[in-house]
Design a protein around this ligand. Structure first.
Ligand code: ATP
Ligand code: ZN
Ligand code: MG
Length: 308
């Protein structure tokens, strides 16, 4: 399939989802409302993740979908993904500036001149607030830490692909500890993720992957990430079987975040981190794609798994 066909297939599938009422368009690519049954699937899948991961005793943390700007700056996100970041700006002018804002708005001109950066930035991945939070607590306990998060994430990647949203939800487990602890966690979830998604009777494959690092230096980071097998994705066909969509990802950051925030293990080493991320909208879309738009008609074993 060439690029044009792929784009046409994505647009056609988006139209189908909108027509079925599962996605509610807003006029912006990648920004959707969702129907009750779509949300029910997200909730049931979220509960399924908890059933598989909850026994490990993860500490639950829930953050709003925004980060302290200082954490964001420290994360070096702007080095790797400046094109995806969403910063929150707000009006900070005086009355004169306000009048000029209103005039420009009226005249259909750029009115954003007096918007200035606030202290908050949109969360790019659900695990970002966790590292500086854990760092602030001091050295890790011997067993390290395991954290459970769930957040809306923002990425400026508008697309007609219904599976590539600008605001979407990510559930994650994050392991912070020694290299051995963290690698073991990722191995465990690679197997669990496969078994969990297979139990939902969707076709899947797991493959090495890379993040979309920006620019020419980024191309090198991407290939080194692949060579070192730092990122795996669990892929399920949604709009194309040749180019299936990443629905879960399994990331080993080595000591990258440990270094950035000086997270220390119990014996004083720099902590390693890994996370497993579940793309909630993508998983829901994959289930609708393979089991149909009517959840009442889904295969009985899948219904039983999700609804009990
Ligand atoms: P892709 O390669 O498709 O851009 P990703 O590698 O950027 O995905 P991660 O950064 O690993 O994805 O994010 C974790 C999970 O969040 C992904 O496996 C996916 O399910 C989901 N996700 C990522 N980007 C989007 C998006 N734009 N819209 C919806 N879900 C997304
Ligand atoms: Zn993560
Ligand atoms: Mg991406």
């Amino acid at each position: 399939m060439n690029m044009l066909d792929a784009a046409a297939a994505q647009a056609a599938y988006r139209d189908e989802l909108v027509e079925a009422g599962l996605l509610i368009p807003t006029g912006v690519d990648g920004l959707y409302g969702r129907s009750g049954s779509f949300e029910e699937v997200v909730e049931r899948f979220d509960a399924l993740v908890t059933r598989w991961g909850g026994r490990d005793g993860a500490e639950v943390m829930r953050f709003p979908p925004a980060l302290n700007r200082r954490y964001f700056e420290e994360s070096e996100y702007l080095k790797s993904f400046p094109h995806l970041a969403g910063t929150i700006h707000s009006f900070a002018g005086d009355e004169k500036a306000h009048r000029s804002l209103l005039r420009r708005l009226e005249e259909g001109q750029d009115w954003t001149e007096d918007q200035v950066a606030t202290d908050v930035v949109m969360t790019p991945a659900a695990c970002y607030p966790v590292y500086p939070t854990v760092a602030r607590r001091g050295p890790l306990p011997g067993e390290g830490r395991l954290i459970d998060v769930f957040s809306y994430c923002f990425r400026h990647e508008p697309s007609i692909d219904p599976a590539r949203m600008q605001l979407f939800r990510m559930r994650e487990y994050i392991r912070i500890g020694t290299a051995d602890q963290v690698v073991e966690f990722r191995e465990l979830w690679l197997e669990r993720g496969r078994a969990m998604m297979a139990s939902l009777e969707v076709p899947l494959e797991i493959d090495v992957a890379n993040d979309p690092f920006f620019g020419r230096a980024g191309a090198m980071l991407s290939s080194s990430q692949r060579e070192q097998k730092l990122k795996f994705e669990l892929l399920i066909p949604i709009t194309s079987s040749e180019k299936p969509t990443a629905c879960l990802s399994f990331n080993y950051h080595q000591d990258h975040f440990g270094h950035l925030w000086d997270i220390r293990t119990a014996d004083g080493g720099v902590a390693h981190t890994a996370c497993v991320g579940f793309g909630m909208e993508r998983v829901a879309l994959a289930l609708f794609r393979h089991h149909g738009f009517d959840i009442g008609q889904w295969p009985a074993p899948v219904r039983k798994l999700l609804w009990g």
